[in-house]
Write a protein that binds this ligand. Structure first.
Ligand code: AMP
Length: 192
């Protein structure tokens, strides 16, 4: 069992974000869940990887060659895969993972969780998507997503596929028990 964690390449202004990343790393290791992430040492990405390593857990990083210098690729993790493109990175991360968990971050983080969630809506995968609402960071976005539903652009059952919680342990439990809504048919990953 492995979870792909999307989170900032910056640490954020408040120490609560680093604390949350550390807590998630410790919880993953404690539960025997491997971490799949972007392979860097910078920001919250580095913090979650270090926390899993410190607790003796498995960490798989996937980083594009061109970003190795900018994101300071992590040399102390279980496996580091160096790929050519962003698309390869995302595909490999998704392939390794049994679910996707998003912590606070910038547009890279947002883009990644929205893609994972969108592909679950389309039936390309059935893996759970979770959003950890650290310190209310994602509350305005969750409100906006409610508006997307209210305005008729997103079905409530598809909104429900993104699990939102402020407690990392509860969120991981909810992801573990996630049952995807029934659709007409599920597309295979090779059809993407
Ligand atoms: P950020 O949330 O902007 O700090 O970025 C977090 C991570 O997402 C970093 O490892 C970025 O390299 C990565 N990232 C940024 N844009 C993309 C993208 N289009 N696809 C995949 N990863 C991305």
């Amino acid at each position: 069992m492995r979870i792909c964690v999307y989170l900032g390449s910056s640490p954020g202004r408040s120490p609560v974000y680093a604390q949350a990343a550390e807590r998630v790393g410790a919880l993953l290791a404690e539960r025997g869940i491997g971490l799949v992430y972007g392979g860097g040492t910078v920001g919250l990405m580095g913090i979650v990887a270090d926390a899993v390593c410190a607790a003796g857990g498995e960490v798989i990083g996937v980083i594009p060659e061109a970003l190795r210098a900018r994101e300071h690729d992590h040399q102390g993790i279980t496996e580091l895969h160096v790929v050519k493109t962003m698309h390869e990175r995302k595909a490999m991360m998704a392939k390794f993972a049994d679910g996707f968990l998003c912590l606070p971050g910038g547009i890279g983080t947002l883009e990644e969780i929205f893609e994972a969630w969108c592909w679950s809506q389309l039936g390309y995968h059935e893996k759970p998507c979770g959003l950890l609402n650290v310190n209310g960071f994602y509350t305005p976005m969750a409100r906006f997503i409610d508006q997307v539903v209210e305005e008729g652009f997103l079905q409530p059952r598809h909104r429900a596929m993104l699990l939102v919680d402020d407690d990392p342990g509860v969120l991981l439990d909810r992801m573990a028990h996630y049952l995807p809504p029934k659709t007409e048919h599920w597309l295979g990953a090779d059809d993407v």
